[in-house]
Design a protein around this ligand. Structure first.
Ligand code: CMC
Length: 433
């Protein structure tokens, strides 16, 4: 990272107001360092939605949205999805390198050591309504971890941060599976530390105490891939939420709970659930055109869910991988003629031929095909965003760790363009009109 160029801000008359350093990363657009802008000129910048703002320095994930590229630690997502495992990618995000065999074994042992929850957390779940959305249980139980594991919330202590990191990574699948079981009215299934991360999660979700759980290898493989594809995605809304919450030195469990809340929105991770609802509503290919027209109509707030992305102005690489996985899994499960998959492909085809979507560079995103796979595996739609959250936890906690190590870290405190009233005198209630 270096600054060897400057840009200058000039006023209307051409007079130089200040010089700002241009900082180059290893890849991607350079940034203009505006930290001293206000002090030197009295101006703030205005960028709602942060379309032109880099909020931090990060070495974890690189996205080139124009070319549909996503890499973690320099490795292409396609290679990671095909050849790696979720815990290996987690190690990469947390430590910056892929693990050696020995490192991988030690890391997996550490994660698996922490899969159980404090038993009293079960009582916490029982306070929720059975028909509650599992995302609300996930937010509550994750936040509650700070009251059960307060021995590891000294955020300025590196060892404490490390233990919290393992706890988040290890306990999130257990919490998610408990949320699922609770809303189904089935008994909780304890984790089985002899199983891999993804197998364990599948068993906790679908296993029953009365019978042996039989794994479907194709489902396990597909879920492993889904977890890898959702592990991190640089400074998206939920990750930025985690960083913002953490910038005040809040405890990591609370920060992750904040991230989960942000993820739930339909413009973000909640889109995978919304895609399935949309496909169900469309129902048949003959109604696709009608819904495309609705999505284009500015007086209608309907949007084509699973389409469009702030950064990708090309096919989301995760969506192309998942489309292939969808085909494979449905084939293996004997559901390849599944109406929803046929409908989704047809919807994609028609949208990508439509000028509206072409002009705005709106392509399928990661949420477009993931729900169809999860549904075929037996997850209800309400669990889709929960699964996204389980996988994204590692990204959140890795980004949080990176921020906590950053010597330039400051509390997040954006400013605003004030448009309210100027100073006026208080009017007593009797005199107000
Ligand atoms: N359907 C119809 N029109 C769309 C869509 C869509 N899905 N997405 C964007 N547009 C239009 C939008 O109306 C605008 O048109 P115009 O220029 O005429 O005003 C233009 O495209 C640019 O959209 P924007 O809202 O300014 O783009 P954004 O970067 O602020 O929003 C987005 C990105 C993902 C929130 C948006 O594309 C969207 O709402 N998509 C549907 C929800 C979705 O699939 N979300 C998952 C995102 S990927 C996974 C994740 O983040 O978790």
């Amino acid at each position: 990272m270096g600054a060897n160029k400057k840009v200058y801000l000039v006023d209307e008359s051409g007079e130089r107001m200040c010089g700002l350093d241009v900082i180059e990363g290893t890849e991607g657009p350079p940034v203009i360092d505006i930290q001293k802008l206000y002090k030197e000129t009295g101006y703030f910048t205005y960028d709602p939605g942060f379309t032109s703002t880099a909020s931090c320095v990060s070495a974890l994930t690189y996205i080139d949205g124009e070319n549909g590229i996503l890499r973690h630690g320099g490795y292409a997502i396609e290679e990671l999805a095909e050849q790696s495992t979720f815990l290996e990618v987690s190690y990469l995000l947390l430590k910056g390198e892929l693990p050696t065999l020995e490192e991988k074994r030690d890391f997996e042992d550490m994660v698996l050591q922490h899969t159980m929850l404090h038993d009293q957390l079960q009582n916490f779940f029982r306070g929720f309504r059975r028909d509650a959305h599992p995302m609300s249980l996930l937010i509550g139980a994750t936040g509650a971890l700070s009251s059960f594991y307060h021995d590891s919330i000294n955020v300025n202590d590196e060892r404490s941060r490390e233990i919290s990191t393992y706890r988040v990574l290890a306990k999130m699948p257990t919490i998610a599976a408990m949320a699922f079981k609770y809303t189904k009215g089935e008994p909780f299934t304890y984790p089985d530390n002899g199983l891999g991360y993804v197998e364990n999660f599948q068993k906790m979700c679908f296993g029953l105490p009365v019978e042996e759980y039989k794994f479907i290898p194709e489902s396990v493989k597909a879920l492993e891939q889904i977890f890898i594809l959702h592990a991190d995605h640089e400074q998206n809304a939920s990750t930025s939420t985690v960083r913002t919450a953490g910038s005040s030195e809040a405890n990591p469990f609370g920060c992750v709970a904040a991230g989960i809340s942000s993820l739930w929105g339909p413009a973000h991770g909640g889109a995978n659930e919304a895609v399935l609802k949309m496909l169900d509503e469309i129902g048949t290919s003959s109604r696709i055109k009608e819904y495309i027209e609705k999505a284009k109509d500015k007086d209608d707030n309907f949007r084509l869910m699973g389409f469009g992305h702030r950064v990708y102005k090309n096919y989301d690489p995760r969506a192309s991988i998942l489309k292939g996985t969808c085909k494979e899994v449905l084939g293996a499960l004997g559901k390849d003629k599944e109406d929803l998959f046929v409908l989704a492909q047809e919807l994609e085809r028609i949208a990508l031929e439509d000028e509206y979507f072409v002009d705005r560079k709106l392509f399928p995103n990661v949420d477009f095909y993931s729900g169809i796979i999860l549904k075929a595996m037996g997850y209800p739609t309400s669990m889709f965003t929960v699964l996204f959250a389980v996988a994204r936890c590692v990204g959140w906690i890795a980004q949080w760790n990176e921020m906590m190590r950053d010597s330039d870290r400051r509390i997040s405190r954006p400013r605003q363009l004030y448009t309210g009233e100027r100073l006026r005198s208080f009017v007593s209630i009797e005199e107000r009109k």
